[in-house]
Design a protein around this ligand. Structure first.
Ligand code: PEP
Ligand code: MN
Length: 335
């Protein structure tokens, strides 16, 4: 893998040099650098030869299956900015909102409350990936308009899930960050498409995915030159039935070691039960997560989806207060 703040000529020269040696190079823009990501890896003598030509500035050799996501390539932790929310900064990013946008009033109530309590982002599903086709599928574009209205009202940036490549432009028009859900975490066409959108991406862990596979999914987005990827641990499927999924909190410190990308935890989908959200939120922050995604609803018992795992507004308020001490203990802030 080679990089250089590049003119077109240099890219062409380096690409030709590699091609003559049977190595394909893909050009990726990475901030103000230009990268050539190679396949297969050049040999050490080819690398030495290439360095001698002076065409490239730096050669980074990564042993990772997801090199752009790896700390070998970029040691400094990435900070992903979405409006005023900064994933990976000292202030924890709390993303909250209903599982599904059900109406403007519901959304505004949650959003204003979230804003008042110091949450950084609003969530709300409008295209819902439901296991049963008979369940509520979301409000679609109308819901996107409500999200945009709630952002206008509160100043909170919004994140919402996109289910298919064909809808990426539409969802990107209304939202500040695109969510790729657990069920789509290895939908490679969708990953490429959100990568090309230029919007920050919240990539949930697929329920059957290893950490390495998850990072390879992130790599699809990064390879499109989109560096703004945030990983969201939301639990994996195991034989345990007492919780909806098994929250793999060890993934947080593992990811922190191997990748520069920010990591957040979603204790709502990970556990499936309201009473487990507070303890697992605290554990996630203690484990080093850069933030949380928590489902909230004015009246969870009437919710059209995930009724059991959404906090009501009072419960969310209590949790935000309780998190302050944990945040402080690990050198983070809530405000
Ligand atoms: C969601 O956050 O709305 C959602 C559907 O979560 P997941 O993809 O993690 O199941
Ligand atoms: Mn949900």
């Amino acid at each position: 893998m080679v990089s250089k703040p590049a003119s077109g000529d240099r890219v062409a020269d380096a690409t030709a040099f590699l091609r003559e040696r049977g190595v394909l190079a893909r050009c990726v823009s990475w901030g103000n650098q230009t990268l050539l990501v190679t396949q297969p890896d050049p040999s050490s003598s080819q690398i030495a030869e290439l360095k001698e030509t002076g065409i490239v500035e730096r050669v980074a050799v990564s042993h990772s299956r997801a090199p752009l996501a790896s700390r070998e390539f970029q040691n400094a932790s990435s900070v992903v900015e979405v409006g005023e929310a900064r994933f990976g900064a000292e202030k924890l990013v709390i993303v909250t909102g209903p599982c599904s946008v059900e109406g403007l009033e519901q959304l505004l109530e949650v959003a204003r409350h979230a804003k008042k309590l110091g949450a950084s982002m609003l969530r709300g599903g409008v295209f819902k990936p439901r296991t049963s086709p008979y369940d509520f599928q979301g409000l679609g574009e109308l819901g996107l308009r409500y999200l945009a209205e709630a952002r206008e009202d509160t100043g909170l940036p919004v994140v919402t899930e996109v289910l298919e490549p064909e809808k990426v432009d539409l969802v990107a028009k209304y939202s500040d960050m695109l969510q790729v859900g657990a069920r789509n975490a290895q939908n490679f066409a969708l990953l490429r498409s959100v990568g090309r959108s230029g919007k920050p991406v919240l990539l949930k862990r697929g329920m059957m995915m290893t950490i390495e596979e998850w990072l390879q999914a992130a790599e699809y987005v990064l390879l499109e030159g989109n560096r703004n990827v945030v990983l969201c641990e939301r639990g994996i499927r195991t034989y345990e039935k007492a919780t909806r999924n098994t929250l793999d909190l060890a993934s947080v410190p593992v990811l922190k070691r191997v990748t520069h990308l920010p990591v957040v935890v979603d204790p709502s989908h990970a556990t499936g039960y309201r009473e487990l959200i507070a303890p697992m939120s605290k554990a996630a922050i203690a484990a080093g997560a850069d933030g949380l995604m928590i489902e909230t609803h004015p009246t969870p018992e009437t919710a059209l989806s995930d009724a059991q795992q959404q906090l009501n507004l009072g419960e969310f308020e209590d949790l935000m207060k309780e998190l302050e001490a944990v945040a402080k203990a690990v050198g983070r802030t809530m405000r």
